[in-house]
Design a binder for this molecule. Structure first.
Ligand SMILES: C[S@@+](CC[C@H](N)C(=O)[O-])C[C@H]1O[C@@H](n2cnc3c(N)ncnc32)[C@H](O)[C@@H]1O
Ligand code: SF4
Length: 410
């Protein structure tokens, strides 16, 4: 959840949705994203809506305290219940992300999940994930989460090499994320993910191979690998501009992606989205699939985004403003937009083309179809699914996914 919010029309004080958004809701799965906007320290590359204790001192600091946070999120979940009305859907996925959710007591995360259970009910096979920073959990913490209903956990590993972790300002020691996987398995988690970042300044191909080996060796059933994005306004962007650290170029990113895909495939991880690999269908992140397939989700917490039936809205960004809105009995929504049919078509292409199943060619307009024929001829789309009416990226296409998408939406 990058921290810049879009403009949009205002959200009514009671958070009510246009009636149209709820039409046919029973046929769509419903997920919850719960944002935890706190970190012990800020990593120099990170642009997410998160705050350290010192950043929260001053205006709104008391309201924004971590101690009250689980209660505020529970309040927004009760608001969601009112807004969604007699919605009979049990919740299919819950994803607690950040920030650093595991800076809160495990009991707070369990309490937030309990509010969803109380208000909506959880599907029998609900996927319940939290993100976790490796230095912020121990076996007792993980056991408490597991006993409280969490069944999937995602650790921010990023790299196994100390000098890469240092450039990223990560505070865990090499080896700790792998130990976390073991501890999570011992605690009974069904699914475990490791997040990796490639293309960090100063990282070599061999450093990246070492990180991949370490991640694979730990045996998670899911891995995500992201090219480092140097976000404007971050400490890392400033350091690069000042010439203190070098910028990595796109060719390096492409090489690292190829190294990763080969290592993952060899070890039994199949790609199912451009940046995500899993050992089985059951290991896929169902929550992310809800996003990618345009289902309904409610995002609770400061700056969180939601989508229900073609209406997208986002909350006020600052934890103090968020607490104040809920405390006054109002929706924390800051703005919203009602997506047009064309917006939804474009969004489907943007998201579904990145999936292994690809996107229906029937969604493309004539210019996009022409572009897809060219992409096919250039080896960026797979011939077999294409003949059956779907645009599916080849390995080379995955390297150029953003450019292919840009052409196909025309
Ligand atoms: C925002 S973090 C939240 C979870 C947790 N605090 C952590 O750092 O692992 C989720 C993931 O986003 C990825 N991420 C964050 N900023 C990024 C950036 N600028 N470029 C690439 N990946 C990034 C990292 O891999 C990270 O694990
Ligand atoms: S710990 Fe995660 S959320 Fe927090 S600053 Fe670092 S990358 Fe961002």
């Amino acid at each position: 959840m990058p921290s810049v919010l879009p403009d949009g029309e205002p959200v009514p004080e009671d958070g009510a949705l246009p009636a149209r958004a709820l039409e046919g809701a029973g046929d769509r799965p419903l997920g919850f994203y719960l944002h935890v906007p706190y970190c012990a320290t800020r990593c120099g590359y990170c642009d997410f809506n998160t705050y350290t204790a010192s950043e929260l001192r001053g205006a709104g600091g008391v309201l924004a305290s971590r101690d009250n946070y689980a209660g505020q999120v529970a309040e927004e979940i009760r608001l969601a219940r009112k807004v969604l009305g007699d919605d009979p859907r049990p919740v299919r996925t819950v994803f607690v992300g950040g920030g650093t959710p595991t800076l809160l007591a495990a009991g707070d995360l369990v309490r937030m999940l309990g509010a969803i259970r109380d208000e909506f009910g959880l599907a029998d096979d609900a996927e319940v994930t939290t993100e976790a920073n490796p230095e912020s959990v121990d076996p007792a913490y993980l056991e408490e989460l597991r006993a409280g209903g969490f069944n999937r956990i995602s650790f921010g590993m990023q790299s196994a090499r100390p000098h890469v972790l240092r450039i990223l300002d990560r505070t865990h020691t090499p080896g700790r994320p792998e130990a976390c996987v073991e501890e999570a398995r011992a605690a009974g988690f069904d699914h475990v993910n490791l997040d990796l970042i490639y293309g960090t300044p100063g990282e070599s191909d061999d450093d990246w191979r070492a990180s991949l080996d370490a991640a694979i060796g730990a045996g998670p059933d899911h891995v995500s690998a992201y090219a480092l994005i140097v976000e404007e306004g971050t400490q890392l962007a400033r350091r690069i501009r000042r010439g203190e650290v070098p910028m990595t170029d796109d060719d390096v990113h492409a090489d690292r992606y190829l190294i990763a895909d080969e290592a993952f495939e060899k070890a039994g991880y199949a790609w199912y989205e451009v940046s995500n690999w899993a050992t089985s269908e059951a290991g896929r992140c169902l929550h992310n699939e809800l996003y990618w397939r345009g289902a309904d989700w409610w995002g609770a917490g400061p700056g969180a985004h939601s989508h229900v039936g073609g209406v997208r809205w986002w909350n006020v960004k600052h934890p103090g403003a968020y607490a104040a809105a809920l405390g006054a009995g109002k929706s924390p929504g800051a703005g919203r937009e009602v997506l047009s049919e064309e917006d939804r078509r474009v969004e489907r292409i943007l998201l579904e083309l990145r999936l292994r199943e690809g996107v229906e060619l029937a969604l493309l307009k004539p210019a996009g179809l022409d572009a897809s024929r060219k992409a096919l001829a250039d080896g960026l789309l797979d011939a077999e699914p294409y003949a059956a009416g779907r645009a599916v990226l080849t390995l080379r296409g995955r390297l150029l996914a953003d450019a292919v998408v840009r052409d196909l939406v025309d």
